[in-house]
Design a protein around this ligand. Sequence first.
Ligand code: NDP
Length: 248
Amino acid sequence: MKELKGKTAIITGGSRGIGRACCSAFASAGANVVFTYNKSKKEAEELSKEIEAQGVRCLALQSDVKDYEQCKKVVATAYEKFSDVDILVNNAGIVRDKALMMMLPEDWKEVIDTNLGGTFNMTRAIITNFLKVKKGCIINMSSVSGLVGIPRQTNYSAAKAGIIGFSKALAKEVAAYNVRVNAVCPGYIETDMVKSLREDVKQEIVKYIPAKKIGKPEEVAQLCVFLASDKAPYMTGNAIRIDGGLAT
Ligand code: NDP
């Protein structure tokens, strides 16, 4: 049973990591996929072919989530090509980890504008369409960093906590229109973002994870498929941890 058959999803930051796993999982579940990337053109082209090989339609668009006009264009193009969109996954995100005393205003701005600003830009660009047809599902990629705060991540923790507040407020605003909004809060997941950590740092982190391992992008993607499916019609306004027990 393909739980997203006939649906269309827009996924930001689909070229790598969790976003890429979401694109593959959504396609496996039968959804057409529109995904954005910023710099990774080659990876995006490869992924497009992989997705189409699964028998669904795919559109890869270069777009910077920091730019509202570009986000509006992504949404307009998606509706033009697919006539309907059911799901938005705001996944694109970056880190610029530094102790606050070393953090430059541009480190702050880049992280807030990409993670939190990008979530606003894409959601603002699509929300009227969802409200008009009284259906839609929005999944915002937050982090345990936004729940508990992580040192050297004041910019990232602030952005990810902001995404949780944004998701909860919007969920209440649009629930009566059959539009659901949830935040997903992964712990440490094996993507480029975590691979770049020093091996000894990773081993130290694993000691503090009750499950004693780092998660996989596919595991986060499966949670997103579930949230986007008709199996979760009463779920909205949540911040769902997927972290091996880390932030329990
Ligand atoms: P990666 O660094 O592996 O991938 C990031 C993705 O975001 C890439 O596809 C990248 O595109 C895209 N992206 C970055 N900046 C922009 C931008 N300005 N506009 C459009 N796309 C952009 O990250 P992860 O897969 O690890 O992270 C995905 C999400 O999950 C993020 O929001 C992250 O904060 C969150 N998260 C990750 C965790 C982890 O442990 N990995 C833990 C908790 C949350 P391109 O390559 O084309 O530049």
